[in-house]
Design a protein around this ligand. Structure first.
Ligand code: HH2
Length: 288
């Protein structure tokens, strides 16, 4: 019997974020100390993962490198030191699949060996195409994110003539690389990469047209609006006060056709996604 997909098409999957970094833009430094020793607080990280599941996460996405605008790259060994102990502590005990948020094949391989089942690559194989081989060999689900440039410089004057078609075409190219490496469609998810080399209007168009992207690529679509600066630009809220705007963005994403949302706080997102998806399903086709 084929195993259940991690990202089924009949409901919105909630991906809970746990950043094991000193410098992530909204939750950095909670489980890995800032400063020279950079020690991991394993017990606190494990508790936080369980709290994410209790508040509604279907998948836990662990990251050992910040990819916020301006962030510098972290060596693979450091990402592995931050993430592997937590994956080992959660695998077989937490009851939901573990995802590794990384652009690096070596980090993905270590995470899959420790028990992770999803590889979330915000660079859509742009950073290390051989990450697709690691995902294929490990039988992992691969999330392909769209990013223009690299985190350090991606928000310096991003420009698109037709953001939807350009992002779709670039994601299609990434899907081809994944296919060539042997990753089947059943193990692929695409993500338009909100905030990754995008202007406010680009983020909004991609959010509003998640369903169009889903139809065009024939794959589940994940979006990650959580606490991002485009929400701050719309509401005036600082990063620590963007939860309500995040919840609203999740309702919009689900109504627009997204299959999954990646959030720091699943409680509101889960409810917003349920309402958004139900309203989408209730739309009368003959009126459109
Ligand atoms: N956004 C971030 C990180 N990973 N993965 C996917 N698939 N989609 C996203 O939109 C996405 C992502 C950035 O957010 P966060 O993890 O909160 O911050 P940081 O990169 O500073 O750790």
């Amino acid at each position: 019997m084929a195993s259940e997909p991690i990202f089924p098409r009949d409901r919105v999957t909630i991906v809970g974020v746990l950043n094991l970094t000193p410098d992530s833009f909204s939750d950095g430094g909670r489980y890995v100390r800032r400063g020279d020793d950079g020690a991991l607080d394993l017990a606190a990280a494990v508790r936080a993962a369980h709290a994410l599941v209790e508040s509604g996460a279907d998948v836990i996405d662990l990251g050992g490198e910040s990819t916020r605008p301006g962030a510098a790259e972290v060596p693979a060994g450091v990402e592995i030191e931050r993430t592997r102990p937590v994956i080992e502590a959660l695998t077989g005990r937490i009851g939901v699949p573990i995802s590794i948020d990384t652009r690096k094949a070596e980090v993905a391989a270590a995470a899959l060996a420790a028990g992770a089942r999803v590889v979330n690559d915000v660079s859509g194989l742009g950073h290390e195409p051989r990450l697709a081989d690691v995902a294929a060999e490990g039988g992992a689900t691969l999330v392909l994110g769209h990013m223009r440039g690299v985190p350090e410089t991606m928000q310096r004057a991003p420009h698109y003539d037709d953001v939807l078609r350009e992002v779709a075409a670039e994601l299609e190219a990434a899907v081809e690389v994944a296919h060539a490496a042997g990753v089947p469609d059943e193990h692929l998810v695409v993500d338009p990469g909100l905030g990754f080399g995008k202007r406010l209007e680009d983020n909004l168009a991609l959010l509003a047209h998640a369903g169009w992207l889903r139809e065009r690529l024939g794959l589940p679509v994940l979006v990650g609006p959580s606490r991002k600066s485009f929400l701050g630009a719309l509401t005036g809220d600082p990063v620590e006060a963007r939860e309500l705007a995040t919840v609203a963005a999740c309702a919009v994403a689900a109504f627009a056709g997204a299959d999954a949302v990646r959030v720091h706080d699943p409680a509101g997102a889960r409810r917003a996604a349920a309402v958004g998806r139900a309203a989408r399903d209730a739309r009368r086709k003959e009126l459109t």
